[in-house]
Design a protein around this ligand. Structure first.
Ligand code: NAD
Length: 318
C-alpha cells in the first residue's frame, strides 16, 4: 500500500482516483517543522506553494519516492537534489493556463469600461452623483476588432490568444523561442478552426497593439519598462498576469499618470503579499491578488493530472 501525504490539500476528484488505484491519501496538514519526523511514514508527498521540500527534508525521509506539485512553479522544491537522490518530481504546468487566460479578459473588459473605478464609486448617494459617474464612464471601448499583443507565447499566452480570436480581436505574438505556428480554436458546438499565429518583434508588438498581455517567466530585468511604455500607442492597456518583476511598477505608474497608458490590470506584483500603495489605490488599475490559477476547474484539472502522474509513476516501479 503506497502512502501519500497531500500536505497542501488535493482536489476530491484526484483523491478519489488515487484511492481507487489503491493509494492511502492523507490530507491532514503537517506543519513544516514536524515534517522531518512525520513524512518518514509516507512514500510520496504532494504540495502546492506553501509546503517546502528542501534538501534537508529529502535527506531525513529516505522512504520518499515522489514529490508532486499541484501547479506550475517548483521554487519550493529542491528539484535537482531530489532527482539526484532518486526522488521523482512532477508538476502540472498546463492545468491552469485557461483559467489565467480568462482572468486576463476579466481585466481587459474591466479596463475598457472603467469597472475598477465604477465598482469603487458605486453605490452612489443620489441621482446627481449617478449622472456624473454615468458621464465619467461614457467613453468605454470594445475589444472586438482591436489588436492584442501577447508577450510570451507559451501555454498561457496561447490560451489568451484563443479567447482573443474568439472575440474577434487581432493577435500579435512575440516569444524568444516561438514554437507553435498555428492554434486550434474550439468554438461553441464543438466547431474547430485553425488560425495561423502572427509573430513579430517585441517592439513592433508593443507599438502596434491596443492591449498588451504579459505571459513570460520571471527575469531579473523587467520586460516592460520606461522605454517600452514610450513605444506603446497612446491610450493602450496593459495586463500582467505573469509574475511580479516583469513590469517596472514605477514606470507603469508614470505611464498611467501621464495618460500614455489608459489602464492596467494586475494579478501579480513586485512585493507580494504587500504591493505598493500607489498601485492599490489607482483609479486606472484593475487588481486581483494573484488568483490567475484559482478556479474550481483548474484545481480539479490539477488534481486529476497529478493523480494520473502519480499512479503511472508507481505502476512503472511495480
Ligand atoms: P510557458 O513556459 O508555457 O511560456 C512562457 C513563454 O515565454 C515561453 O514560450 C518562453 O519562450 C517565453 N519567454 C521567456 N522569456 C521571454 C521574454 N523575455 N520575452 C518573450 N517571451 C519570453 O509558461 P506559462 O505556463 O505560459 O506561464 C507564463 C507565466 O505565467 C509564468 O511567469 C508563470 O509563473 C505565470 N503564471 C501566473 C499565474 C497566476 O496565477 N497569475 C498562474 C500560472 C502561471
Amino acid at each position: 500500500m503506497i502512502k501519500l501525504l497531500a500536505n497542501d490539500g488535493i482536489d476530491p476528484v484526484g483523491k478519489q482516483m488515487l484511492e481507487a488505484a489503491g493509494f492511502t491519501v492523507d490530507t491532514t496538514f503537517i506543519p513544516q517543522d514536524e515534517l522531518p519526523v512525520k513524512l518518514q511514514a509516507y512514500d510520496a508527498i504532494t504540495v502546492r506553494s506553501a509546503t517546502k521540500v528542501r534538501k534537508a527534508l529529502i535527506d531525513q525521509c529516505p522512504n520518499l519516492k515522489l514529490i508532486g506539485r499541484g501547479g506550475v512553479g517548483v521554487d519550493n522544491i529542491d528539484v535537482e537534489y531530489a532527482k539526484e537522490k532518486g526522488v521523482a518530481v512532477y508538476n502540472t504546468p498546463a492545468a491552469s493556463s485557461a483559467s489565467v487566460a480568462e482572468l486576463v479578459f476579466g481585466h481587459l473588459f474591466t479596463g475598457v469600461r472603467f469597472l475598477q473605478d465604477a465598482n469603487r464609486k458605486m453605490p452612489v448617494e443620489g441621482d446627481t452623483k449617478f449622472n456624473d459617474l454615468k458621464k465619467a464612464y461614457a467613453k468605454g471601448i470594445e475589444l472586438r476588432g482591436k489588436t492584442i499583443g501577447i508577450l510570451g507565447f507559451g501555454r498561457i499566452g496561447r490560451e489568451t490568444a484563443k479567447i482573443a480570436y474568439g472575440l474577434g480581436m487581432e493577435v500579435l505574438a512575440f516569444d524568444v523561442h516561438p514554437s507553435v505556428t498555428e492554434l486550434e480554436l474550439v468554438l461553441g458546438g464543438g466547431v474547430k478552426v485553425n488560425v495561423p499565429v502572427q509573430y513579430t518583434e517585441k517592439d513592433e508588438v508593443i507599438a502596434k497593439s491596443d492591449f498588451i498581455s504579459l505571459h513570460v517567466p520571471y527575469s531579473h530585468e523587467p520586460v516592460i519598462g520606461a522605454r517600452e511604455f514610450t513605444l506603446m500607442k497612446k491610450g493602450a492597456g496593459l495586463v500582467n498576469c505573469s509574475r511580479g518583476g516583469t513590469v517596472d511598477e514605477s514606470a507603469l505608474l508614470d505611464a498611467l499618470n501621464s495618460g500614455q497608458l489608459a489602464f492596467a490590470g494586475l494579478d501579480v506584483f513586485d512585493n507580494e503579499p504587500t504591493p505598493r500603495a500607489e498601485l492599490l489605490q489607482h483609479a486606472k488599475i484593475s487588481l486581483t491578488p494573484h488568483i490567475g490559477a484559482s478556479t474550481n476547474e483548474a484545481q480539479e484539472r490539477i488534481g486529476v493530472e497529478l493523480a494520473t502522474l502519480i499512479i503511472n509513476h508507481f505502476k512503472q516501479l511495480a
